[in-house]
Design a protein around this ligand. Structure first.
Ligand code: SAM
Length: 274
């Protein structure tokens, strides 16, 4: 599975549960090959993944709605935005900077322009930036973000991306976030802890990635991040921490599978302190 395909698949999962994800636009991105790949994923890994991704989206959507309502955020800066549709799910007063690999961003911008011209999507203030977090110069990215945002307040989102990066790239990103943000700004991040990777569903996920990568013997490189990383992050305070189970509880969703068949991603919100 190529990295951009994971963005289509998470979209397909949100589209399967519009009531939970509250994302009526995710379905726009789904064509027959993506539908088939998502169904294959649910069959080979665990059927609970479509709900898990919908709950993840819902957590950040609700968090952002609350912050917008209380005038605490002017820009959503979505690092590794994929095909997520937050700009259209949130009030038009919020401005957006969407960042992803150049080919993903070009395709997203092109499709959004098309749907806006057809009035399928409402108009929003969105800036797109292509960047590879693994190789591009962050000083260039920082300048681009500053020239768009100035000193406005922001929520930075890093959803479904850390799995693909290494520790050094992660440190560089969080150092960049510190440069972008000011006290009281907020940051949302998603990752797996080591303890979340031991069960059957996670092992089936690794097997699935191998099987669709074309080389079933190639090792899968992925990153885990412990709670202590967020708790000890300089200049930030951990202000919320949820996971699949707590979000299922909040949303009134009764998990259909045992813990061995649930991939339990962790969702964090941090507030800039100094
Ligand atoms: C699983 S998708 C998640 C997309 C979106 N955040 C969501 O939750 O629907 C991972 C995203 O991270 C992006 N990504 C992965 N590695 C990246 C890198 N090195 N630089 C920039 N983007 C990257 C992919 O292109 C993809 O859009």
């Amino acid at each position: 599975m190529e990295v951009h395909e994971t963005a289509f698949v998470t979209c397909a999962f949100r589209a399967m549960h519009e009531e939970l994800s509250q994302d009526p636009y995710a379905r726009l991105w789904i064509d027959e090959p993506i539908r088939e790949l998502s169904q294959q994923y649910l069959q080979d890994v665990t059927p609970e993944e479509s709900v898990a991704h919908s709950l993840r989206n819902r957590f950040f959507l609700d968090t952002l709605k609350h912050l917008v309502k209380h005038n605490q955020v002017e820009f959503l800066i979505n690092f590794g935005c994929g095909f997520s549709m937050y700009p259209f799910l949130l009030p038009d007063t919020l401005k957006h900077i969407e960042i992803d690999l150049p080919n993903v961003i070009d395709y997203k911008q092109q499709r959004i322009d098309y749907w806006q011209k057809k009035n399928t999507l409402p108009q929003r203030d969105i800036h797109h930036i292509g960047c590879n977090f693994g190789s591009d110069d962050f000083s260039v990215l920082l300048e681009k973000i500053r020239s768009i945002k100035g000193t406005a307040s922001s929520f930075i989102l890093l959803e479904g991306v850390l799995f693909f990066l290494n520790g050094e790239q992660t440190d560089d990103l969080f150092n960049l976030f510190r440069e972008i943000q000011a006290p009281n700004d907020t940051l949302g991040s998603v990752s797996f802890r080591q303890e979340d990777t031991g069960n059957l569903a996670f092992q089936r996920l690794l097997q699935f990635i191998k099987s669709v990568s074309g080389d079933p013997h190639a090792p899968v490189h992925y990153q885990t991040v412990e709670d202590t990383f967020y708790k000890q992050l300089p200049s930030y305070r951990l202000s919320d921490h949820q996971d699949f189970y707590s979000m299922a509880d909040t949303s009134g969703y009764q998990p259909r599978h045992k813990p061995d068949m649930i991939i339990n991603e962790q969702f964090y919100v941090l507030t800039r302190t100094s």
